[in-house]
Each structure stands twice: as structure tokens, then as C-alpha cells.
Design a protein around this ligand. Structure first.
Ligand code: MOS
Length: 737
């Protein structure tokens, strides 16, 4: 669908407005940028996982053809640690000391005329190390527990509960395997850096780069027009960006630095390994009486990255006694970072598996058990939910899936000679909105230009912005130009936390209204205007036209005057409006309401023990994410997440080599992900209850929630088919034999 009437555009399955650019190859991604005289940077990576650099000898590399510079701790110049204003996970500036804390850490970089010359010379930089023992072990020990949420007395309730579950669940290290490799292209001209970055957050990138490079933010521009997805790995800057910027300044030349896939597995973040103990207690009738969730995740030696596994635990179910605690365990690995649904996704694998185990013990249907323990308010805070329709998700999903035909016995269902397993899990993700500014320009040619320094990471922000502005301005989306991904624009939100759409809505609506008001003012002030005798308050906008508010349409204004005609009469090329949204991590709204999205996942697996073949056959997902802005994009987000969830349940696992600490399966042959052949039949739907407490249109984010719950739904189905309870992801076939 390429055209939708502005009055019906919100919710419509409009095609992506940037689609033609993407399919014709005219969408410019970071590494597509090319500048005259550009040089290529290739990092040199540590070949030990712990130790001290003893010697670093660049002399052989420096003599190689095309080599302009070998950058290392001795010549990179002063780089500062980032300050608190910006967000970054690996905080140590590149080459800041001679310590090696993980395999693949950058110890130098070669800059040469061609990528091939730089790659060859990077291999010729001689580095010796005083290697030390390292630790990349999978079993995680807790150093120090922090209490995240607590109510009642879990220990007492657990001791007294007649039915209980006490199990430990493990999710592996996973690496964001984005299509577009991480890259930085940096120009340095007249003291101004322009960083072309596949950044999920250009405004934050500028802030961090300013601190690290010791420059005023005004001297830094960050551009990210198109991004080949990020899944969180491109939220905050990584060290390579500062290497490229330092080289550009030193050599006064444009620099291109593109990470290899291997580097992507070492020094551009990952979802950390988690180990989670869940204890549940219930009455014999199936009332949950206690819930304890202890999670440990690995982090790097230098940074405290916490995977907030207990994010959804405090409010998902009604229970008088609850304890959520977290802890970190240090490993010689690169610093972890957010990966799609950080915290909640591995956390809900554990919680939703344990809930299934408890329902099985109680001999209560797992859908019914969840509905029986549905809370009325957020019991961790006592606050009402801004909007929660979890039960409707479970019921709608059960209907669509055909859940009533499920027989609970292990291996009791089959089809076409295959054993079937049916599993269910609940899903939840935060509803987040960030402070945002946007500008809207109404132009005399009848087009509209909307600008905001947020990004489209592939999720569809260009399209959602066009729809939001189209609906409010009464102008079709094909006459709306959306400009994003540039710090020269009004500061916008990061594309993360599923926050972008909800963040831009109020700012863009307000900007449209402000621009329309400016048109009304012109309509009144312009002498030859049919509205010259009106007061501004008597005029309003309808279908992109100025109309008299209180008179019969058509009586004095001939059906209204398009804004373009008003601008033409006034001799103006355009008028501008500006808008601002509220929000943030400490959103004042969070003091009044518990802000979350919800969902339910139903999975069917087939199991053929004679072939040792397991397949996820179909998945029904029902999401409560408020009003949907674009049904096609929304469904695409959830479908993509479900396929990623198949990968999480069955395939994805970054292994660290016990012999040298390297991420060992650091390529697309060995890091197994779900492919098309692994994709189940998917049925995605939304229970659309607009959350107008959250914003005027009632939309919450949809980027991450589709991955929540899905892995547990699959392993719960695996248990139903095989009787094997897999508590350590991914499911290995040998677990089932
Ligand atoms: Mo998302 S992990 O906040 O990109």
C-alpha cells in the first residue's frame, strides 16, 4: 500500500517510505561514504585474553607500501574517559593503558592508502605480551547481590509453600549479528569532525565523542541516514569510532574504518551469559505465594554491564512475597551491551520456564495458571498500569492457536507421524519515551518537511514519522519529507528501548500544530487573503486547509484554503513549527503509572526422535502495545523478533575458547542463527487499546517485545513434546535424546 488518505493513515499498513531508496541501492549507509583522499584504518587486535603489552614494534608495518601511520598508545594523543552525560558501555578510551583485558582488544591501528595495505600492515605490527591467566568460564559465581525489588518474606513463604519450583536457568552469550557491519567514516575539516556512523543514537554519540576527543560538541557532527540494523549493538559508541576520529585529526584526511565480522564478535558488545535461579511457591489450588529471582551475568573486567534480568519479574504476576536480586561476575570478555530486550528477554526465559514448571506440577493448564495469577496493579509499586491487557493477549492467543485442543500428557499429541509439543509464555517490555525535539516546515509547494535527530535503524521510523505528520497536517505521506539521523537537526531520541516512536509523537504533533498556527497568522495578516477579516482564533485546520472554525464550511472560505495558497499569497516559501516531548529514564509519569507493554506467545514444535529433528512449526503472538501506527511494520517487527527467538531458543551461542579466551565461532558459518528454513508459520496480532496516558496517539514501542517470552514458549513446547525440560539455552539435540 503506497497511498493512504491522511485521515486513515494512522494504523494503516503503508509501505515504507524509504523502501524505494533501499531496493534501488540509493540509500547511503556508513561504509558507502567515500571522500577524496580517504585512507583506511584497520585495528590490530590483542592475541591474549589477559596480560600486559611488553613491546609494540610498528617499524616493519611502517615500511610497508601505502602505510601512513601506525597508531598506538604512544602517539594517539590525549583521549579522555567519557563523562556521565553520555552513554557508553566500554568506557576505556582506545589504547588508554598497556593492559589487555580480553582477546581481540584493540592495541594499535594501521592507517594506509587502501584497506588491503592496512590489513597486511596490521598483521605486521609486532606485539609481545606478558600474558596472565584469564577467565572465560561459563559457570558464574556471585560476588555481591543487589536487591532490585522486594516485598513480603520470600524465605518463609517458600519454606511453607506446598508446591514449589527451585531451578536454575542459563542463557548463553549472544552476539548481535547485524547485516551492516560496524563502521566509522570520519572527516576532519577546519576543526570540525563529521562522523558517519551506523548509530542508533547520533545525539548521544556526539556527546560521548566530544568528551572522549576533548572537543566542544559544536565541533562534532554525527550522521546516520540509514542503518542496517543494530539490535542494541549500535546504541552507544565503541572504541573504533575514536580510533577513526583520532586518525582523521592526526592525518587531516578522511578515514574509513570498517570492523570485520570477527571484530564484531570481540569488541562491539554482546548479550552476556546469564545464570538465573528462580524459586516459586504456590498453594495446592494454584495461587502463587512467592517468587524469588536471582540473576548473575558476566561483564568485562573494566565495565559493570548489568543485564537487568529481573526487569519484568516484580509486576508480571500477583504474589505477596517477592525478591529480585542481581549480581555480576567478571570475565575476560569485551564489554557486554544491550541486545534486543536486554534483561527482560533472558529474564523471561527463566521466569516463564519456571511458571510452566509450576503449572505442570500443579496440573493446571499454563494459560489458566497465568490468568489465575494476574495482578490488578503493579504490586512492586502499588501503582496502576497505564494500560495492561495481558489476559486478553492470553485468551486471544489461545483462541487463535487452538489451545483448547491441547492434551497435557507428554508426547500425547502428534500429526503426520511427528510428535507435537505446545507451549505458552507471557511477554513484557518497558514502555519508554525520551525527551525529543522536532521541527516541521509547511512549504509553499504544498509539501511538508519534518526533521528530528533520531534514526531509522530499519524499524521504520521514516515511515512512522511520515504517518504521524500526515495525519496531523492532513497532507498525504508522498508529500512529506522526513529527515533523520543528523545531529544538525533538533535533538531526538535514541532508537532503542523501543522508545523512538512514542518519543517522537508528541514533538511532531506539536510541531505540526505550531506550523499550522503560523499559517493561520499569515492568513489573517495577508491583505488579499479571504481570511483577512478573521481573528486567528476563528480559524482552524482541516485536511491541510485553513477553514473558518465556527462558520459553515464553504460559506466564507470556499471550502478552505490550502496552506500552500496562504504561503503563496503571503510571499513566504515556508513556515516552521517546533515541538518538544517529555520523558526520560526518570519520566515523571513513572511516579503515577507502571508503564509496560505485554504479550503472549504460543509455540508449536514438532519432534521426530527417529531423526533427532526438532522444528518450531508455528507461533501465535498477541501483543498489547497500545495503538499501532503501521500494521505492516508492526507485524514485521514482531515476526522478525519471533524468528530471532527461534535462534535464541535453538541456535545462538557465542563460545569463548578455553585455550586462549577468543570468541571462537566468530563468523556466520559457526555462529548459527535462524534462517528462512527455520522460520515458523507466524500469526501476529495486536490487542489495540490506545495507551493515551502514555501519549496522545496511545502508541507504545514494538521493537523488542516480540522477542520476550518466545524462547520459553518454545522450550515449554519442547517439554510438552519430549518430557525434557531444557533450562540451558540453546536447546541441543543431544539434550533430547
Ligand atoms: Mo535496543 S537493545 O534498546 O536497541
Amino acid at each position: 500500500m503506497n497511498y493512504v488518505d491522511p485521515g486513515k493513515v494512522i494504523g494503516s499498513p503503508l509501505n515504507r517510505v524509504d523502501g524505494p531508496k533501499k531496493v534501488t541501492g540509493t540509500a547511503i549507509y556508513t561504509s558507502d561514504h567515500h571522500f577524496d583522499g580517504m585512507l583506511y584504518a584497520v585495528p590490530v587486535r590483542a592475541t591474549v585474553a589477559a596480560g600486559t603489552i611488553k613491546t609494540l614494534d610498528p617499524s616493519a608495518a611502517e615500511k610497508m607500501p601505502g602505510v601512513r601511520l601506525v597508531l598506538h598508545s604512544g602517539n594517539i594523543g590525549k583521549l579522555n574517559p567519557p563523562n556521565k552525560k553520555g552513554m557508553i558501555d566500554e568506557k576505556r578510551p582506545p589504547f588508554a593503558d598497556n593492559e589487555v583485558r580480553y582477546y581481540g582488544q584493540y592495541v594499535a591501528a594501521v592507517i594506509a592508502d587502501t584497506f588491503e595495505q592496512a590489513t597486511a600492515a596490521a598483521d605486521a605490527v609486532k606485539v609481545t605480551y606478558d600474558a596472565r591467566p584469564f577467565n572465560v568460564k561459563d559457570e558464574l559465581e556471585s560476588a555481591k547481590w543487589s536487591t532490585e525489588s522486594q516485598r513480603g518474606d520470600v524465605e518463609k513463604a517458600f519454606a511453607e509453600a506446598p508446591v514449589k519450583v527451585d531451578e536454575t536457568y542459563v542463557t548463553p552469550t549472544e552476539t548481535h549479528s547485524v547485516i551492516e557491519l560496524h563502521a566509522s567514516v570520519v572527516t576532519y575539516e577546519n576543526g570540525v569532525f563529521t562522523l558517519y556512523e551506523p548509530s542508533q543514537a547520533v545525539v548521544n554519540h556526539r556527546q560521548v565523542a566530544a568528551a572522549v576527543l576533548g572537543e566542544p560538541a559544536d565541533n562534532i557532527r554525527v550522521v546516520a541516514r540509514f542503518i542496517g540494523s543494530g539490535f542494541g549493538s549500535k546504541l552507544w559508541p565503541w572504541a573504533h569510532s575514536f580510533i577513526a576520529a583520532a586518525a582523521a585529526k592526526k592525518l587531516k584526511k578522511p578515514i574509513k574504518l570498517v570492523l570485520t565480522r570477527k571484530m564484531n564478535f570481540e569488541s562491539a558488545g554482546h548479550r552476556p551469559l546469564t545464570q538465573q535461579r528462580i524459586r516459586l511457591g504456590a498453594t495446592a489450588e494454584g495461587k502463587l505465594v512467592c517468587l524469588s529471582h536471582d540473576s548473575i551475568n558476566h561483564t568485562s573486567l573494566s565495565d559493570d554491564y548489568a543485564e537487568n534480568c529481573g526487569e519484568a519479574t516484580p509486576f508480571l504476576y500477583s504474589t505477596p512475597n517477592l525478591l529480585v536480586r542481581s549480581s555480576l561476575a567478571r570475565r575476560n570478555v569485551g564489554t557486554p551491551t544491550s541486545m534486543r530486550g536486554p534483561g527482560a528477554v533472558p529474564g523471561l526465559f527463566a521466569l516463564e520456564s519456571a511458571i510452566d514448571e509450576l503449572a505442570v506440577k500443579l496440573k493446571i493448564d499454563p494459560v489458566q495458571f497465568r490468568i489465575m495469577n494476574e495482578p490488578k496493579v503493579d504490586e512492586s509499586s502499588g501503582l496502576p498500569f497505564s494500560s495492561r491487557h495481558m489476559v486478553e493477549c492470553l485468551q486471544t492467543g489461545a483462541d487463535k492457536f487452538g489451545w483448547s485442543k491441547r492434551t497435557p500428557g507428554i508426547g500425547s499429541m502428534s500429526k503426520d507421524g511427528k510428535i507435537l509439543g505446545w507451549g505458552v509464555a507471557g511477554a513484557s517490555w518497558i514502555a519508554l519515551r525520551m525527551p525529543t525535539q522536532a521541527a516541521v516546515e509547511l512549504k509553499s509547494d504544498g509539501t511538508v518537511r519534518v526533521t528530528c535527530a533520531t534514526q531509522d535503524i530499519g524499524t521504520g521510523t521514516y515511515t512512522a514519522a511520515a504517518q504521524i505528520v500526515s495525519a496531523e497536517a492532513g497532507v498525504p505521506t508522498d508529500r512529506i519529507e522526513v529527515v533523520l539521523g543528523d545531529t544538525d537537526l533538533p535533538p531526538g531520541p535514541f532508537s532503542g528501548g523501543s522508545a523512538a516512536t512514542a518519543s517522537v509523537i508528541p514533538a511532531m504533533l506539536q510541531a505540526v500544530r505550531e506550523a499550522q498556527q503560523a499559517v493561520i497568522d499569515l492568513a489573517v495578516k495577508t491583505p488579499n487573503s479571504p481570511f483577512a477579516s478573521h481573528k486567528p482564533r476563528d480559524l482552524t485546520f482541516k485536511d491541510g486547509k485553513v477553514v473558518a472554525a465556527n462558520t459553515t464550511v464553504g460559506s466564507t472560505d470556499g471550502g478552505g484554503l490550502p496552506f500552500a495558497s496562504v504561503l503563496e499569497m503571503a510571499g513566504k516559501a515556508s513556515v516552521k513549527g517546533h515541538g518538544k516531548s517529555e520523558g526520560g529514564f526518570n519520566d515523571p509519569l513513572k511516579k503515577k503509572y507502571s508503564l509496560h507493554s505485554f504479550g503472549a506467545q504460543f509455540a508449536e514444535v514438532s519432534w521426530q526422535p527417529e531423526l533427532a529433528r526438532l522444528k518450531v512449526e508455528r507461533v501465535v503472538t498477541v501483543i498489547d502495545g497500545g495503538r499501532v501506527i503501521n500494521r505492516k511494520m508492526a507485524a514485521n517487527q514482531i515476526e522478525g523478533a519471533v524468528i530471532m527467538g527461534v535462534g535464541m531458543a535453538l541456535f545462538e551461542h557465542t563460545h569463548y575458547d578455553p585455550q586462549n579466551g577468543a570468541a571462537i565461532n566468530s563468523n556466520f558459518a559457526d555462529y548459527v542463527m535462524a534462517t528462512h528454513a527455520d522460520a515458523p508459520r507466524m500469526d501476529v496480532s495486536f490487542v489495540e487499546h490506545p495507551d493515551t496516558i502514555f501519549n496522545e496517539l496511545g502508541a507504545r514501542g514494538l521493537g523488542e517485545i516480540g522477542l520476550a517470552g518466545i524462547a520459553a514458549a518454545i522450550t515449554n513446547a519442547v517439554h510438552h513434546a519430549t518430557g525434557v525440560r531444557v533450562r540451558k539455552l540453546p536447546v541441543m539435540i543431544e539434550d533430547l535424546l
